[in-house]
Design a protein around this ligand. Structure first.
Ligand code: FMN
Length: 201
């Protein structure tokens, strides 16, 4: 597939998920339009050691596919409904950004792009990361889901017998790519696992 996907990275834990999703988008030759919140930048540093938003480091060297936008620039191209794209994923998505998008607050570019994606009835995926999910977050998830967004908690499955953290990250990244409609060969499919194990059905 080729296409155009918006990626938002917020200050929730799980920057490694964002990197894996972006690597796979780049592998699929998808144009990536990236914006990172202020706390998202901190988490890129804390969890991945990135001192700046580094397109090459986030795509295994395919940075030419990435356009990075300043999160303070709410007038950037992706803030407009006229910017055509195939969907947006916020990964990881903080409780703060979830709440703001649910309330229609657009005080940074990431939130504005998400609000516009919703109003234009395009695919919006929020890969939520907080636990436990408080009542307010649950209400916000319901509101967003009713508005057409997909809530995809970062909650990997264990039925494929993961052997490493990378396996767990790949599972979630694969599920997110499925939701975006982007082909990948990450190991996520129960059907294939069952076939390999020759399990009785
Ligand atoms: C090290 C660290 C880890 C954090 N992890 C989470 C998290 O997993 N989920 C969450 O909702 N907020 C988390 N936060 C808090 C958010 O960063 C904070 O609410 C921030 O306002 C989010 O801003 P943003 O939504 O604009 O990125 C974390 C903060 C730090 C410093």
């Amino acid at each position: 597939m080729t296409g155009r996907i918006l990626v938002g990275i917020t200050g929730a834990s799980g920057a490694t998920y964002a990197r894996r999703v972006m690597e796979q988008l780049a592998e699929a030759q998808v144009e990536i339009h990236l914006t990172v919140s202020a706390l998202g930048k901190r988490l890129l540093f804390d969890e991945l050691g990135l001192k700046r938003v580094d397109a090459d480091a986030l795509t295994a060297g395919r940075g030419e596919l990435v356009t990075i936008y300043n999160d303070k620039d709410v007038g950037a191209a992706i803030a407009s409904g006229s910017f055509l794209h195939d969907g947006m994923v916020i990964v990881p998505c903080s409780s703060n950004t979830l709440g703001a998008v649910a309330a229609g607050i657009t005080d940074n570019l990431l939130k504005r792009a998400a609000a516009v994606t919703l109003k234009e009835r395009r695919r919006l995926i929020l890969a939520y990361r907080e636990t436990p999910a408080g009542h307010i977050d649950i209400c916000n998830m319901q509101r967003l889901s009713e508005a057409g967004a997909i809530i995809a908690p970062l909650s990997p499955g264990f039925y494929l017998h993961p052997k490493s953290i990378e396996d767990l990250v790949d599972f979630m990244a694969g599920r997110i790519l499925d939701l975006l409609g982007v082909e990948h060969d990450l190991s996520t499919r129960w059907e294939e696992y069952q076939a390999q194990q020759r399990m009785p059905t």
